[in-house]
Every structure is written in C-alpha cells, then in structure tokens.
Design a protein around this ligand. Structure first.
Ligand SMILES: *Cc1c(COP(=O)(O)O)cnc(C)c1O
Length: 423
C-alpha cells in the first residue's frame, strides 16, 4: 500500500503562469488561470481551521465582497454558474409549459436550467455588433406562457439592459442575467449581475476570476432571497437555525445541494481580492490586440469587438470576426500549427441535437449562424505579454491578408459592414 502511494508520480511544482520557456516556444494556451500569490495561504488556513464545510469564513467573505463591490442585494456562493442558473430557474417558479426567452448563441447551461425546471427555451437571434441577444426581437417572442428573459453578456460586454428591463417590467417577466463571463463588468456604471432580478456568475477555470469550479447567484429582488437560501441548502431552513431564528431546522421547500466547499472559496477569495489587478492585465492584452489588429480592420479583412457606449467590459474575451467561415476554419488551423491555441465558440444551441428536439433548425437565426461560423477567439490571460500579442496578431493578420477563398465559398459583399447597429 505504501509503495503504491509513493509510486504516484509527483507533479513538478506549479511555477505559476509566467513561464518564460513557454513563451519562447510560442506554446500559447487559450487561457491560463492567474495566481495572485495568496491562494495557497488561504487554502492552507482553511485546512488548518478544520472548518472546510459549507459557509465558512472564506465562503462568507467571498459573498460579502461581491455583494458590496457590485451593490447586489444578496449573493449566494454556489458550486458553479450552472448551479446558479438552475437555482434562478427554480426561484422564478418555472413550471411545465412555461417559456423562457434566451439567445441561441450561449453555453448549454443557460438552456438546461430552463429545461430542468420543466419550461421551454425560446431562442432569439443576436445583434451583429455585440453578439448579445437582440432586444428588438424579444417582444415578438412573448406569449401568455413567457415567464422570464435570460440575457447573456457575451465576452463580458453588456446586453442593452435598460431596454430588456423595460420589456420585462411591461410584461411582468423575470430577468435572469447570465453574467458567467461578466463578473466585474458594468452597464451605465452598474455591475452586471446586479441589474436583473437574478444573476449568475462563474468562477470556472476559464473565467477571469477562478477557483477551478465555482459560481455565485446574485439576488436583487427582496422576496426571492429567503427562498434562495432554502433551495441552496437542500430545501431546509438551516440558515435561519444557524442565525438562531428557529430552534431546529426542517424540510420547508424543494431544494438541492448548491453549497460550495470552503476550500474552493478560500482559493477564490485570493482572486477576488485582486480583481482589479487581474482586470487591468486583461485590459492591457485586450487593448494591445485592438492596436495590433486595427489596420486589418480598416482594410476590412476582419472585424474587432465592439463595446457600446456606457458599457465597460471586463475583457473576458477577445474575438475577431473573419470574412467567411472557411477563412475562420483555416485561420484556426494555421494559428494552432504555430502553437497558438485560438478557438471558435458556441455551436448555436438551436442547431444542436437538443435544439432540434425543441423544434428548431438551421436557418432559424441567420445572424447567430453567420457570426458563430466566422468567430475566432484569441488567447487572453493576464500573463500574455505584449510581444506575444504582437506576434499572434501578425500571424493572424498575415494569414487573412493572403488567404485565397476557395472558389465555391465566395465572400458575401458587405459581410463586415453589418455591425453598425446603433446602441
Ligand atoms: C461558463 C459559462 C457558463 C457555465 O459556468 P460554470 O461555472 O462552468 O457552470 C454558463 N453560461 C455562460 C455564458 C458561460 O460562459
């Protein structure tokens, strides 16, 4: 037994993200978690206290940091954004036959939460400038069965929340912000996740602030907080018991276990404390891509991300839109052959196996289909150097300049001129 254990290979100590060897080889991952330096200390501290269960010191510290920083009424730390979305769906009281409006251009969790609650996802197309749900199409989707709208803030750039909240208020609908990618981004000075009735954050390892797997549910509607606490804790009123409000706790509602480990929250707290440092580094990389690729945009060889007035992005994603799907696919392969892990993004949900099961098919949402096929995301993480960004940009720029479109897939005229929608 002892031998078996010592035979387990010991990984070399993680030297953190700044590994010069990696940079020299141009082996550039798509994303790389950033270490602030306090993660080990806080996790060790949590282990030392023995209090590694639910809602320990760090779990509470994370929730209160998010709550205060972003002016959210109540924040509940959860194991993932997926869990937060599921809780949000339950809190809206979704039932069989209800409908929820969301973009097709999103991650599966946004739609799964709706389906798991027994409701039906109703997809809408996206805006060509931000790739966020097109708010002008929402009202046409509203029926007597509509219960909620789920705006997804793609890449950390806000949806048109004023318009979406106005529509929701007019029709008495809930708004659940899928702010998985939008922690520490704002709209009109307000933090994303603090605007809808409910909001969901992700701390997955590919997101800006991470603990490997983690999330938070933001509650901005007073009447939902108490039930959120109960649903998160297996349908019990244990929270009230712990506060001394009742003398024993019991089963009072449906619920599940949506409580994260204190160890994860200890790690996460180190990241949240340094939120602005991380954001500044991401902004440096984002701005550097903009600067290096601007001339290619001017030449209409590609299109860069748009951040509407009044929105501040957390620089979660840097994407470019190329002039055709074939160019995008070839550019992806080319960058990868150079050691640069660029990436496409969502296969539109309405074109997926599950999407067809809900009656959708290719052709339903032309903007989503067009843009998702031409979208290329570039590596973005705090340790990416300006030189690396310059090099990646030059490799992509040269490729799009010299690319010969196969005869059959001619570039559609005006392809890159669609993105002029006024905010
Ligand atoms: C990452 C992501 C999720 C899921 O987050 P997890 O924390 O991995 O559950 C949901 N929605 C969007 C838009 C995401 O980007």
């Amino acid at each position: 037994m002892k031998e078996a254990i010592s035979a387990v290979p010991v990984a070399p100590p993680y030297r953190g993200p700044s590994n010069p060897q990696v940079a020299a080889d141009l082996d550039i991952p798509f994303s790389r978690p950033f270490l602030t330096g306090n993660e080990q200390k806080y996790v060790a501290e949590a282990i030392g206290t023995g209090a590694i269960g639910s809602d320990g010191r760090y779990t509470r510290a994370c929730a209160s940091l998010l709550k205060q920083r972003f002016r959210i009424q109540d924040v509940f730390m959860v194991p993932s954004c997926t869990a937060a979305l599921e809780m949000a769906a339950m809190l809206c009281g979704l039932a069989e036959g209800d409908e929820v409006i969301l973009p097709s251009f999103t991650f599966t969790s946004t739609a799964n939460a709706v389906i798991l609650a027994g409701a039906r996802p109703v997809f809408v197309d996206i805006r060509p400038d931000t790739l966020n749900m097109d708010e002008s199409l929402i009202e046409a989707c509203i029926t007597r069965r509509t219960k909620a709208i789920v705006p997804v803030h793609y890449g950390g750039v806000s949806c048109d929340m004023d318009r979406i909240m106005a529509i929701a208020n007019k029709h008495n609908l809930f708004v659940i912000e899928d702010a998985a990618q939008a922690v520490n981004a704002t709209y009109g000075g307000r933090a994303l996740g603090s605007i809808g009735h409910l909001g969901a954050y992700s701390f997955h390892s590919t997101k800006d602030y991470t603990c490997g797997e983690g999330g938070a549910l933001c509650v901005n509607s007073p009447e939902l907080s108490q039930r959120a606490e109960i649903i998160r804790d297996k349908g019990t009123n244990r929270g009230r018991y712990l506060r001394g409000e009742v003398d024993k706790y019991t089963w009072v509602d449906t619920g599940s276990s949506y409580v994260p480990s204190e160890l994860n929250c200890a790690y996460l707290y180190a990241q949240l404390e340094k939120m602005d440092t991380i954001k500044l580094q991401r902004r440096r990389v984002f701005d550097s891509y903009q600067k290096n690729l601007r001339s290619y945009e001017k030449a209409e060889l590609l299109r860069l991300p748009r951040v509407p007035d009044g929105c501040e992005t957390n620089c979660h994603t840097f994407y470019t839109l190329l002039s055709s799907a074939s160019l995008r696919d070839e550019a992806l392969d080319h960058l990868r052959s150079k050691g640069i892990k660029a990436s496409s993004h969502y296969v539109p949900l309405h074109c997926s196996v599950m999407g067809t099961r809900y009656g959708y098919r290719q052709g339903n949402f032309p903007v989503t289909e067009d843009l998702s096929a031409r979208l290329l995301r570039l590596p973005l993480y705090p340790d990416l150097t300006d030189n690396q960004v310059m090099e990646i940009s030059a490799i992509l720029g040269e490729f799009v300049t010299t690319f010969q479109e196969p005869a059959s897939g001619a570039v559609r005229a005006g392809h890159l001129r669609t993105a002029t929608a006024p905010w």
